[in-house]
Design a protein. Structure first.
Length: 172
C-alpha cells in the first residue's frame, strides 16, 4: 500500500526546525482519529475529595480583570490567587504540564493538570486546544497563548471558579 506524501503545515515545519528534521517529507496518515483524554485518578480519592470540597467552599468566583479580543476575562494569575491559598490550606497542590501534538493542520497543545493531596491521592485531567494561527503572532507565541488558556480553563474547572457574568460565548 503506497502512502501519499503531502505538503508540511507551518506547525510541522516549525517543529521540524526544532527537531532538526527540516528536509524529511511528511507522510499523510490514512485515518486521523481524534484524541480523547479521560480523567484518571488514584484507586482511592476519599481524602482528596473531602479536601477539595473544603477548598472549593473557601474559594470565591473571580472578577474579570483583563480585557482583550472583544471581551473581558479573569487572568490566569487571578485564578491562581483565588485557588492557591484554599488548596494549600487543605493539603492540595496542582501541577500542570503541556504536550505539543501534530493533530490537525496546525497542531494542538494539550494541558495536563494533576491535583494531588498530601495523602498521596491524585486525579488528572487533560484539555486539548487546537492552535489557531494569527497573523500578528509567531507560532511560538500561539503555543504560549494555548498553554496559558489551557492552564486557566483547567484550573477554573477543577476549582469551580467562574468569571462573573459569563455566558457560553465568553461575552456579556
Amino acid at each position: 500500500m503506497e502512502e501519499e506524501v503531502v505538503e508540511k503545515t507551518e506547525m510541522e515545519k516549525s517543529i521540524d526546525k526544532i527537531e532538526g528534521n527540516a528536509e524529511k517529507p511528511v507522510v499523510a496518515p490514512k485515518i486521523v482519529e481524534p484524541r480523547v483524554f479521560n480523567e484518571t485518578m488514584s484507586p482511592e480519592i476519599g481524602d482528596l475529595a473531602g479536601a477539595l470540597a473544603l477548598a472549593q467552599g473557601a474559594m470565591s468566583n473571580g472578577s474579570k480583570d483583563k480585557a482583550g479580543y472583544g471581551y473581558s476575562y479573569l487572568e490566569l494569575s487571578g485564578v491562581i490567587d483565588i485557588a492557591r491559598p484554599a488548596l494549600s490550606k487543605n493539603g492540595l497542590s496542582v501541577v500542570q504540564s503541556h504536550e505539543l501534538t501534530r493533530q490537525g493542520k496546525t497542531g494542538s497543545v494539550v494541558t495536563h493538570t494533576t491535583l494531588m493531596h498530601s495523602s498521596g491521592q491524585w486525579m488528572k485531567s487533560s484539555l486539548e486546544l487546537p492552535i489557531h494561527i494569527m497573523k500578528q503572532l509567531t507560532m511560538a507565541q500561539m503555543i504560549g497563548v494555548n498553554c496559558t488558556y489551557g492552564r486557566r480553563y483547567a484550573l477554573q474547572s477543577l476549582c469551580m471558579i467562574a468569571s462573573e457574568d459569563s455566558d457560553a460565548s465568553g461575552k456579556e
